[in-house]
Design a binder for this molecule. Structure first.
Ligand code: NDP
Length: 433
């Protein structure tokens, strides 16, 4: 804490991982002697840079850009870019730290990193977003490469932004280096299923958890918070499996739709028109905007927080438990506060952390890199099969590790330990680097 003042989210993420590691350290004191814990929470490299650009009125704007290259023990740094006004070093470090273990869990050869900017894309024209992305990449490009660092999207960064950044990278370097960014468009090196991957993966993971209790999505009431990339495709997959999503949200509020969210309309409002959740409510008779409280007041069997960090606290958890929630699975990164996690675990609710449950996004990014390296593109069905099998594998490894370390059913412990051991062993093998 003293070494990294003011980085509350980073402290929270490190504490959560380290609390799980006690039995591992006991079993293998070599990790302590080699100072693996001290080394793993110190990024290999942190880049902070100025991003000047001109808005549509001709006014000069200045934002701050970040790329934290956290750990490359398992492969090139890999992790998304976030454009949101709340971005500062502590957010990027928490996300980068989580990414190390998540990427390890996928079983693919990718290290951990994260980046972004405090730029707010809401309300900006396409031309403004393009100029911002070009300026951002004009500095970032020198730190990237398919064997070095491979960014992707995150909050505020989707196909449009990746396109502008890839175009600028290609122009500056004079290289068509497909493997330098993932989340690309299907016409220029992108992978089928990448858009759907995180949301679909969260639902596949949840399905495996429900199975352990002889249960399934069919007939379940579900809340999915957010209405961005992760949320939309989580909603779509839940509905394909026979569940009914009755509530979703954005940063301006939440909507309850007892007929089940119309995912086609939601995509139109959010992906095409870039509108607000209120626009969805105003166009659907069965939908009502939440007037009081929060989205977590809606009684459901399954809750999938898919918006942002610390959106579900201890009080929200108590309400969900009182209303009979059976499973809570994180689609976002660290959406549940430590008090919330504790409450779910105490109450015997199935709970899975984002670093395991939302790993489908980065896993499919890894599959995009494989296709780029092979100059190939796979079918939707084959790619989804690979994704589902990776999610099942992550689920089974987390469950087995939790059992092995005396915490059966504790997916937090299972994910943290499984993700850590592989990275720690690679770091030891490399010596002091
Ligand atoms: P998007 O930008 O597509 O969507 C984010 C959604 O969350 C929007 O509905 C947004 O509302 C809402 N939101 C964002 N910030 C806040 C806030 N402070 N309060 C309330 N609502 C908020 O992002 P993604 O769907 O890509 O990402 C969502 C989460 O999933 C993040 O935690 C991200 O790190 C994580 N994740 C994403 C992956 C991916 O592949 N995209 C992979 C793994 C994890 P509004 O539009 O009003 O801002």
């Amino acid at each position: 804490v003293a070494r990294n003042p003011g980085e509350a989210e980073f402290h929270q993420a490190v504490r959560e991982v380290f609390e799980s590691l006690e039995p591992v350290i006991k079993k293998n004191p070599g990790y302590l002697e080699d100072k693996i814990l001290e080394r793993i929470c110190e990024p290999e490299r942190q880049i902070i840079f100025r991003v000047p650009w001109v808005d549509d009125r001709g006014t000069v704007q200045v934002n701050r850009g970040f790329r934290v290259e956290f750990n490359s023990a398992l492969g090139p740094y890999k992790g998304g870019l976030r454009f949101h006004p709340s971005v500062y070093l502590g957010i990027i470090k928490f996300l980068g730290f989580e990414q190390i273990f998540k990427n390890s869990l996928t079983g693919l050869p990718i290290g951990g990193g994260k980046g972004g900017s405090d730029f707010n894309p809401h309300g900006r024209s396409d031309a403004e977003v393009m100029r911002f992305c070009q300026s951002f990449m004009t500095e970032l490009y020198r730190h990237l490469g398919e064997y070095t660092d491979v960014p992707a999207g995150d909050i505020g960064v989707g196909g449009r932004e990746i396109g502008y950044m890839f175009g600028q990278y290609k122009r500056i370097t004079n290289r068509y280096e497909s493997g330098v960014l993932t989340g690309k468009g299907l016409d220029w090196g992108g992978s089928l299923v990448r858009t759907e991957a995180t949301g679909y993966g969260v639902v596949a993971f949840t399905q495996e958890m429900l199975k352990t209790r002889g249960d399934a999505f069919d007939g379940k009431r579900v809340t999915v918070s957010g209405s961005g990339n992760v949320a939309i495709y989580a909603i779509e997959k839940v509905q394909q499996l026979g569940g009914k999503v009755v509530a979703c949200s954005d940063s301006s509020g939440y909507v309850v739709d007892e007929a089940g969210i119309d995912v086609g309309l939601l995509k139109q409002v959010k992906e095409v028109e870039r509108g607000r959740i209120a626009d969805y409510a105003s166009r659907r008779d069965s939908a009502e905007l939440g007037r009081t409280g929060s989205i977590w007041d809606v009684a459901v069997d399954v809750a999938l927080p898919c918006a942002t960090q610390n959106e579900l606290n201890g009080e929200h958890a108590a309400t969900l438990i009182r209303n009979g929630v059976k499973a809570v699975v994180e689609g976002a990164n660290m959406p549940t506060t430590p008090e919330g996690i504790h409450a779910f675990q105490e109450a015997g609710v199935l709970f899975a952390p984002g670093k395991a449950a939302n790993a489908g996004g980065v896993a499919t990014s890894g599959l995009e890199m494989q296709q780029n390296a092979m100059r190939d593109s796979w079918t939707f069905e084959y790619t989804e099969e690979r994704l589902t099998s990776i999610m099942r594998n992550i689920h089974d490894m987390c469950a087995a590790t939790a059992e092995e370390y005396g915490a059966p059913g504790d997916y937090v412990v299972g994910a943290n330990i499984t993700g850590f051991i592989k990275v720690a062993n690679a770091m030891q093998a490399f010596g002091l680097v």
